[in-house]
Write a protein that binds this ligand. Structure first.
Ligand code: PLP
Length: 523
């Protein structure tokens, strides 16, 4: 493999043996291959002129910096170009669909962004007196109203910052409710085998023992197994609906009935609410707590690890234990119950400082209002229609994990169609990158061998779906034709070739050090 001047492999394709043209410098089609920002010259220059500070150095005592700060100096165009180039090396929803399942990476309408940037929302501070932000409180109240209405639940906690954080909130409320009843014997949380990893992680984090509920051959909770496991030691069950196989839990009402009869609570993982919003109200199904990932159902951005929002709706039984703060309608209008008052006396505590992610609340509310009730219902219908379209158009070349009947918002395939071809799920997914598509979710849910989970979402048109289908069908054809090399080495055309993902996960290199350059080159 040849290296560029800073020791990185000069993809694309220079050693792929396919005879493809390689540039001399590692550049590709108007995209230059450049050094990391830290590897450039110019450590002692700066892009702006700053006046000498008039702070006497004596004031800092021995805290005065002795060495250079160690940041590269770039002019404005250099900095812009660097980051724009970096952005072009990655995928974005504005380039093409994200077929990732269990993620709902949908287009975020620009209208939401425009409204979130209104100064009255964007420039307020959480420590401002509440009397100066009645509009923000009203927006939170209206968002809460629609979340409760759409789920058919009486209460909502807005503060959790993500789906996983919402799970923690729900399970803490459940623990508080059991404790309030003086029921300390319940130490177990039941979770189906197909559950998202955050479910058992949450239960374990709160101190519960996690037990698995078996799954039927058609991808649903095994009722008999659930019934056998329910008992006076079970605090809650955590079930995702539609589940992570993209299937509706047909027996959901019976699951709730059995759970309640055993004195346990029903936590529903609502990450897939996108598939049923406007059609089904989880409250009608007997759910006690459910988080709603605003970034999966109500089109707020998936924030690269940044602030998100995962509000949790709660049943009558759990509402008194909701974390502070929440909104109350008082004589002077809306106010946040911030501290322990008589009303908030049973709250299990707080999930975060302040009141949650205002910017996400504005975006989600804008999305709800711009769709209206009929539009939200259509979201669910189109999301399901699109997934079934993909399932129907790919089932003759790939193997659907649950061929019988329609799916909900995701189409799930297993790897039985790859058996004996020398191509794995990972190889196939990586080859999608060469065709201009981001891979689907791989090897999840774990209950399906070599799983390929595809969620198109409702935002994709028939034309976009057809392009995706054509790419997958072409790749499936290459598998059948025995073109194994295309898959083994994939991606051939991406800025970086296939990475050692295990090493990256086990030993992530999160900080740049000068000596790291040469080691990276060798990987
Ligand atoms: C995404 C997801 C979660 C976790 O949500 P985050 O917002 O990523 O924390 C939990 N369960 C399921 C089924 C999910 O798809």
């Amino acid at each position: 493999m040849s290296m560029n001047s800073v020791g990185r492999p000069t993809a694309p394709n220079s050693d792929a043996g396919t005879g493809a043209f390689a540039s001399l410098t590692g550049g590709r089609g108007l995209l230059q291959d450049e050094a990391l920002i830290f590897e450039r010259d110019g450590w002692f220059k700066t892009g702006v002129d700053l006046p000498e500070p008039d702070l006497p150095a004596d004031d800092l005592g021995d805290l005065v910096r002795q060495e250079a700060i160690g940041l590269p100096g770039l002019s404005e165009p250099e900095a812009m170009r660097h980051y724009v180039r970096l952005s072009q090396k990655n995928h974005a929803i504005d380039l093409a669909l994200y077929p990732l399942g269990s993620c709902t990476m949908k287009h975020n309408p620009r209208l939401n962004e425009k409204l979130a940037r209104l100064p009255g929302f964007a420039d307020i501070h959480p420590l401002q007196p509440q009397s100066t932000v009645p509009g923000a409180l009203e927006l939170m109240d209206r968002l809460a109203h629609w979340l409760k209405t759409l789920t058919g639940m009486p209460a909502v906690a807005l503060t959790p910052k993500a789906g996983a954080h919402g799970e923690l909130c729900g399970i803490l409320a459940i623990r508080a409710a059991h404790e309030a009843r003086g029921d300390a014997a319940r130490k177990v949380v039941l979770v189906p085998t197909s559950a998202h990893g955050t479910n058992p992680a949450t239960a374990a984090f709160v101190g519960y023992t996690v037990r698995e509920i078996a799954q039927t051959s058609d991808g649903r909770v095994d009722l008999a197994d659930l019934e056998a496991r329910l008992g006076p030691d079970v605090a809650a069950i955590m079930v995702t609906n539609p589940n992570t196989c993209g299937l509706f839990e047909r027996d959901i009402v019976e699951i709730a009935r059995l759970t309640h009869a055993a004195g346990a609570f029903f936590y529903c993982d609502g990450a897939n609410f996108n598939a049923i919003v406007g059609r089904v109200r989880p409250g009608d199904l007997g759910v006690d707590a459910m988080h709603i990932n605003l970034h999966k159902t109500f089109s707020t951005p998936h924030g690269g690890g940044g602030p998100g929002a995962g509000p949790v709706v709660l049943s009558e039984a759990l509402a008194p234990f909701a974390p502070a703060p929440w909104l109350v309608h008082g004589p002077d209008g809306l106010a946040l119950t911030e501290h322990e008052t008589a009303e908030a006396g049973r709250a299990f505590g707080r999930m975060s400082a302040f009141h949650g992610q205002m910017g996400m609340f504005v975006r989600a509310y804008a999305y709800m209002r711009s769709h209206g009730a009929d539009g939200l219902r259509q979201v669910a219908e189109d999301a399901v229609l699109n997934a079934n379209y993909l399932k129907a158009r790919l089932s003759d070349v790939m193997s659907p994990a649950f061929p019988d009947g329609p799916c909900m918002h995701e189409a799930l395939f297993d790897d039985s169609w790859l058996e004996g071809t020398g191509v794995t799920t990972l190889d196939f997914a990586k080859a999608m990158i060469d065709e201009g598509f981001h891979p689907m979710t791989m090897y999840f849910p774990l209950v399906v061998h070599g799983a390929m989970l595809i969620e198109p979402t409702e935002t994709e048109s028939r034309q976009e779906l057809d392009r995706f289908v054509e790419a997958l069908r072409a790749l499936a054809g290459a598998v059948r034709a025995g073109d194994v090399e295309r898959f083994r080495g994939a991606p051939h055309l991406a800025p970086l070739r296939r990475l050692d993902e295990t090493l990256a996960a086990r030993k992530p290199r999160l900080r740049w050090r000068p000596e790291a350059v040469q080691t990276l080159a060798a990987e």
